[in-house]
Design a protein. Structure first.
Ligand code: ZN
Length: 115
């Protein structure tokens, strides 16, 4: 059985290449976190700080904040997305569904009241 993907993601020691474990994190900003790492090689024992930064968007947020500006990956076709959004009608509100169907809509309008 293979390990979960998240378990394989990790930081390796810059000195001995052993896996490292995160000890503590500090949120510097909405897009930047620093993490203290410890090398698991007892002969090395290196401790160091890693910066984790959101550097580009590869999938759009459904709850975007106006004060977060993460560049779009070049694979995202801005024009196509803008055209698609402007062409889509708003979703029906729960009170607009025929009786008994509103409960089958798992999302409704969770994020933003319109109009
Ligand atoms: Zn090491």
């Amino acid at each position: 059985m293979s390990r979960p993907r998240a378990a394989r993601l990790g930081v390796r020691c810059p000195h001995c290449d052993a896996r490292c474990v995160g000890q503590r994190d500090r949120r510097i900003s909405r897009v930047l976190t620093e993490v203290d790492y410890l090398c698991t090689n007892p002969d090395c024992n290196h401790r160091f700080v890693v910066s984790v930064e959101a550097v580009r968007t590869i999938g759009l947020s459904s709850t975007p904040r106006s004060d977060v500006h993460i560049p779009l990956s070049t694979h995202i076709r801005r024009g196509a997305i803008a055209a698609q959004i402007s062409a889509l009608p708003p979703a029906r509100g729960a009170d607009e569904w025929p009786a008994g169907q509103a409960a089958s809509d798992p999302t409704g309008d969770l994020f933003e009241a319109t109009g």
